[in-house]
Design a protein around this ligand. Structure first.
Ligand code: SF4
Length: 234
């Protein structure tokens, strides 16, 4: 059994001033528009268990989900469980994940994660943020992905490069680091929307609100967006 230590709860988000950009009506309109544009947004990393999702998410750092999905089938065929992967050598893992970039560090992370989950959590991915962030390679973003997608638990909001960029473009957050943006979003987005919200922003960031030259003429949030980066105004 994994140790049943009490979850270290995240600092309680304090309400932000609900005027202007953060007025409840504006936030609700943004969420509604995201629902309309991306009603079925889900995680694009292929996986069949929390363990596979954890590994795939670690591999997705600085890499596309498409590329990760190309390497994980063989990786999980060779090493299907945390116990099996814990016994893999680093060169074996490096060979299998080489094309995802930063493969030496990632091999160490997934081997370390496998060992930790095998020895400390009885071979099962833990279901709290406090436990997950003790797993090598699983910082807060990875932990939030696994908690939300595999266990339907919203302890935080996934802030990847797309969520970070679009939250700031939409004036939902102003901070300059992902952890601070996450805290800002946790204050303005209702908790029952945290999981879907990040999936929807990630889809929006890939398809429309791209980093360079966002496709504002195709964006259904355009009238709600006051970003200086806008390429088109209605
Ligand atoms: S209007 Fe442009 S910058 Fe604003 S959210 Fe849409 S695509 Fe992004």
């Amino acid at each position: 059994m994994p140790p049943q230590k009490a979850a270290k709860s995240s600092p309680k988000p304090q309400p932000r001033k609900s005027t202007g950009d953060l007025a409840p009506g504006r936030v609700a309109a943004i969420l509604k528009a995201l629902d309309e544009a991306y009603p079925e947004a889900v995680c694009a990393l292929h996986h069949s268990s929390p363990w596979e999702l954890l590994v795939a998410t670690i591999l997705s750092a600085q890499c596309t989900d498409v590329r990760v999905n190309m390497v994980t089938p063989e990786l999980f065929r060779r090493f299907p469980t945390p116990a099996a992967m814990a016994k893999a050598t680093l060169p074996q893992l490096e060979d299998l994940i080489r094309t995802t970039g930063f493969f030496r560090n990632k091999a160490k992370s997934i081997q370390g994660a496998a060992k930790k989950i095998t020895t400390a959590f009885g071979g099962k991915v833990p279901q709290t943020l406090a436990e997950l962030i003790t797993v090598p390679g699983a910082a807060r973003k990875t932990a939030n992905v696994v908690l939300g997608v595999s266990f339907g638990k919203a302890e935080g909001i996934v802030v990847d490069t797309h969520v970070f960029r679009i939250a700031r473009r939409l004036s939902l957050a102003r901070s300059d680091t992902a952890p601070k943006v996450e805290q800002e979003l946790m204050r303005v987005i209702p908790q029952d929307r945290w999981i879907a919200f990040s999936h929807q922003l990630i889809h929006h960031g890939r398809q429309v609100c791209i980093a360079r030259k966002p496709k504002c003429d195709r964006c259904n949030l355009e009238q709600l967006c006051h970003s200086k980066d806008k390429t088109w105004h209605s």
